[in-house]
Design a protein around this ligand. Sequence first.
Ligand SMILES: Cc1cc2nc3c(=O)[nH]c(=O)nc-3n(C[C@H](O)[C@H](O)[C@H](O)COP(=O)(O)OP(=O)(O)OC[C@H]3O[C@@H](n4cnc5c(N)ncnc54)[C@H](O)[C@@H]3O)c2cc1C
Length: 471
Amino acid sequence: MTRPTTIAIVGGGFCGMVSAIRLLQQQKIGGTHITLFERVGHGLGGVAYDIESERLLLNVPAAGMSAFEEEPEDFLNFLRTISPDAVGGTFAPRHVYGNYLRARLQTAIKARRDIQFEIRAAEILDVLPGNAGGWQVRGESFGLAFELDATAVLLTTGPGIPARPRWVTDHMLDSGHYRDAWTQTTAPSLDSTATVATIGTGLTFVDTVITLRAGGFKGHIVALSRHGVLPQIERGPPAIPTPSDIPEAFQPEALPIQSIRQLIGVFRQQLAMMHAAGRDFRMLIAAIRPLIPKLWNNLPLSERLRFLRHARHLWDSHRHRVPESVGKHIEADIAAGTLQLIAGRITGAHAHAGTLELAVRPRGQTTTIPLRVTQVINCTGAPAGAPLGNPLDALKDRRDIQPDHLGLGVLTDQAGQLLNDRGQPHVGLCYVGPLLRAQDWELTAVPELRRRLPSVVSAICSAIEAHARMA
Ligand SMILES: Cc1cc2nc3c(=O)[nH]c(=O)nc-3n(C[C@H](O)[C@H](O)[C@H](O)COP(=O)(O)OP(=O)(O)OC[C@H]3O[C@@H](n4cnc5c(N)ncnc54)[C@H](O)[C@@H]3O)c2cc1C
């Protein structure tokens, strides 16, 4: 008896769900089993969309959020079934987006009676070459270890794990003095006299403030980051560029920009021209977004490092903006004096009489100032050098995948197949998601991620077809 062909998808966030939908639409993989693994206790949607809050909004307008590039209105149409007044510029609640992805997946599953589709709650710990070709997936579910033979494996495990600062002790974690905004989302109850410090002032920080205030927290929030820069606020109608908005210096036929200094110079010059034409920076950013992988790849490694050290905070704050209604909450909190922004970093901490005493070194100073807080919330996300998470760390530790030199993520071929330590693709073992920033810089938001999914789905289908030919 021949064994069924199995595809394992690890991770039920945006990339896992939309890849599953696209696979289910492939006629050529009829008869296969598809197993989508998501962690025990997690729903489908990932950290961004497996949420319930009405107040956490998408930071991309509805017109840009279709899961399918070839059907640009798909999310807007779904949204209009719930909110008939929604327009392309509407910033919908993120939980609605989670409902959209789950609804589209259900429809795709129902349409394929010839594919056995299963969603399984498990942590996948490792992926090894299988005995009869293909791959062996090893995981754990409710305390029980298991193995699954899969012809092809698609890892969509997200952006890696937020790094724990050196000064955080186990006691600080156990007592709730320190938590990370992504993995521990439930806040221990904080009384109104409490002070919370956040590390990071980007979009995760904004989410954290909104969530704390929505939960009734009235105390002080001190937001710390190296540069103390907040995300820009999305004001006015969405910037929708036309091809003629792409500045000449960024056009594919222009001489490649090979240094950060040159890049910033061109950017500033273009910005001045945009302003003179009565437009704002958003149009320039929107126009060059599709060119970012190319710009990044033209930069030598030393210049990419320079970008990470000196320019990334500026890029992030202008590129990853918040809707106006959200930005107003943050501005009001700052105006009321209940939210304070500090450019600097925490160099040490010790627990003291039920609180934490932090040593904070303001930017540009050599001495530290003390700051007493009840809790520190890490809102930095996964920085360079942070763990990649299961099962990628196991593959990396065994040198089964090639690390990138900046510690940003993983390296794959164009189709998304992970590269081995000799730079060759692992047939049928793919990754797609934000860790591709190692090679394309920015693969974080839906408009960029959705573009990558058709090719990774093709690579999985090719592995299945090759396996069928050999059987
Ligand atoms: C808070 C937040 C808000 C965002 N808002 C927007 C927005 O408004 N618009 C936009 O375009 N983009 C937004 N993004 C960016 C974006 O859409 C995400 O980065 C995107 O969700 C990435 O999808 P993913 O599937 O690669 O990873 P994730 O969404 O992180 O999903 C990975 C999934 O894999 C699971 N997993 C990981 N490891 C394992 C394992 N070993 N075994 C089993 N399961 C595992 C995780 O539990 C998780 O569910 C936001 C991101 C965040 C974090």
